[in-house]
Design a binder for this molecule. Structure first.
Ligand code: ADP
Ligand code: MG
Length: 234
């Protein structure tokens, strides 16, 4: 089997997800396949309601599939206990959302360190790393500020630091620029790329043509499966 090609960081096979709808069922994901290599920057497009967020929830183990498998970093999510999935998610995955989900009563610095405190560790190296990334995204001077004093773009940059400070293998981003003006969106996209390069894979759901252009691969979720973005699309 193995011929030197490393196993993908993320491998999704035959994924099916249905939701009950009235008396019947609606199939949102219908045998979806996906492979993501370590370090790859992948963009996922698709019209609203096509199942993009559903897919991210299955990949992170927040939700469970009706059929198919998700393997992340060698672990089969379906074979793990609830606790196992929680630990995998906490240690290996970072999240960025459309709405930044910062905690309003915590400062920038506290927001950034919070996930590591949950994990019961805020080692000196991690604190150092947090400072470094905050510096890199241009917010080193704002660490004692509260989120409501920041612009949307700044809040999203804090969320990005928070998502990366534990050095995840996979960053899941669900329309991270969807709530930003064009300039802030472009800046967040640029940081996503720069902070990622070779370190962790990125799976970014977006409507941004610019993101699709700069990604290593751009796929479209349609009729429950993924297909390559065509030239000239969208
Ligand atoms: P996208 O992120 O691409 O806009 P979603 O993954 O949020 O799409 O939703 C895909 C479809 O699944 C939609 O039709 C949505 O209404 C439905 N859906 C999502 N979550 C649920 C749920 N918890 N219960 C029932 N239907 C849902
Ligand atoms: Mg969505």
């Amino acid at each position: 089997m193995s011929r030197g090609r490393p196993a993908p960081l993320l491998e999704v096979r035959g994924l099916v997800k249905r939701y009950r709808e009235g008396e019947g069922e609606r199939t949102v994901l219908d045998g979806l396949e996906l492979e993501l290599a370590a370090g790859e920057f992948m963009v996922l497009l698709g019209r609203s309601g096509s199942g993009k967020s559903t897919l991210l929830n299955l990949i992170s183990g927040v939700d469970r599939a009706d059929a198919g498998t998700v393997r992340l970093d060698g672990a089969d999510l379906g074979q793990l206990s609830e606790r196992g999935r929680t630990l995998l998610r906490r240690d290996r995955i970072g999240f960025v959302y459309q709405f930044f989900n910062l905690i309003p009563i915590l400062t920038v610095w506290e927001n950034v360190l919070l996930p590591m405190e949950f994990a019961g560790r805020a080692p000196a190296a991690a604190v150092e790393r947090a400072r470094g990334i905050l510096e890199r995204v241009g917010l080193a001077a704002r660490t004692d500020t509260y989120p409501d004093r920041l612009s949307g773009g700044e809040q999203q940059r804090v969320a990005l630091v928070r998502a990366l400070v534990h050095e995840p293998r996979l960053l899941l981003a669900d329309e991270p620029t969807g709530n930003l003006d064009a300039a802030s969106g472009a800046q967040v996209l640029q940081l996503l790329r720069e902070l990622s390069r070779g370190r962790h894979a990125v799976l970014m759901v977006t409507h941004s043509e610019e993101a699709a252009r700069v990604a290593d691969r751009a796929l479209v979720l349609e009729a429950g499966r993924l297909r390559p973005l065509q030239a000239g699309e969208p």
